[in-house]
Design a protein around this ligand. Structure first.
Ligand SMILES: C[S@@+](CC[C@H](N)C(=O)[O-])C[C@H]1O[C@@H](n2cnc3c(N)ncnc32)[C@H](O)[C@@H]1O
Length: 212
């Protein structure tokens, strides 16, 4: 199921053509060629706007791939930021450092080739943003670990929260990943320390603002 009608997405994408630049186009082409699930340009823009809206400088990403989502966070934080990227595949680190370096966005980047939660647990302090995009069965644990680490006034952001609409099907039809995403949506929506909204662009991105 397309959450947003393709013609409407194409329209929004045309508006964002101002972002066209060679490295971004290369990253999008690689994702297309490998069917690699990047967050996409429209939601990438949302990451940048959310980060800029709270003057974010310290970001922790759970599941970074080759750096597409970090590209947008790095645009927001600038070189003075600190953006932790995590992925278990060292080939993704190499690609990310190359892409982000050529885009002039490498300075805030620290890449951990590691399980995302292990890296989070071994990195101290609070973050302006914790962003999650790992394998979906890990979402409930990522929320439980990540929510604690978001400063008051910061965001927990997580991709694929509408899962092509599968979360809206009756619970009996949910497979393991759909179940985990639905559980995470419920945990976030009912957490009194957060006010959250799902931005229904592409596959749904939750932005949960820590209020207490
Ligand atoms: C959906 S992709 C990330 C895409 C990236 N956020 C973007 O928008 O370009 C998920 C990535 O997370 C990695 N991954 C999945 N589970 C992980 C885990 N538990 N710890 C670290 N990396 C993980 C996968 O190797 C994959 O590269």
């Amino acid at each position: 199921m397309n959450i947003v009608e393709k013609a409407v997405e194409d329209y929004m994408r045309r508006l964002n053509a101002v972002d066209d630049e060679p490295v971004l186009l290369e990253m999008e082409a690689l994702a297309e060629e490998r069917s690699f699930p990047i967050i996409g340009r429209l939601c990438g823009r949302a990451l940048e706007v959310l980060a800029r809206s709270i003057n974010a400088t310290r970001v922790f990403e759970l599941g970074s791939g080759f750096g597409f989502s970090a590209y947008w966070f790095a645009r927001a934080t600038g070189p003075e930021g600190e953006i932790h990227l995590t992925d278990m595949d060292p080939a993704n680190e190499k690609l990310a450092l190359d892409f982000l370096g050529r885009a002039g966005l490498a300075e805030p980047i620290e890449y951990h080739v590691s399980d995302a939660l292990d890296a989070l647990n071994s990195t101290t302090g609070e973050f302006d943003i914790v962003y999650c995009d790992i394998d979906k069965d890990g979402y409930p644990d990522a929320w439980r670990a990540g929510r604690e680490r978001v400063r008051v006034g910061g965001y927990y952001i997580c991709d694929n929260m509408l899962w092509s609409g599968r979360v809206a099907a009756p619970a009996a039809e949910h497979d393991e990943w759909t179940k985990a995403i639905h559980e995470t949506n419920s945990l976030i929506a009912t957490d009194p320390s957060f006010r959250s909204t799902i931005i229904p662009t592409r596959d749904g991105v939750v932005a949960a603002l820590r209020i207490s």
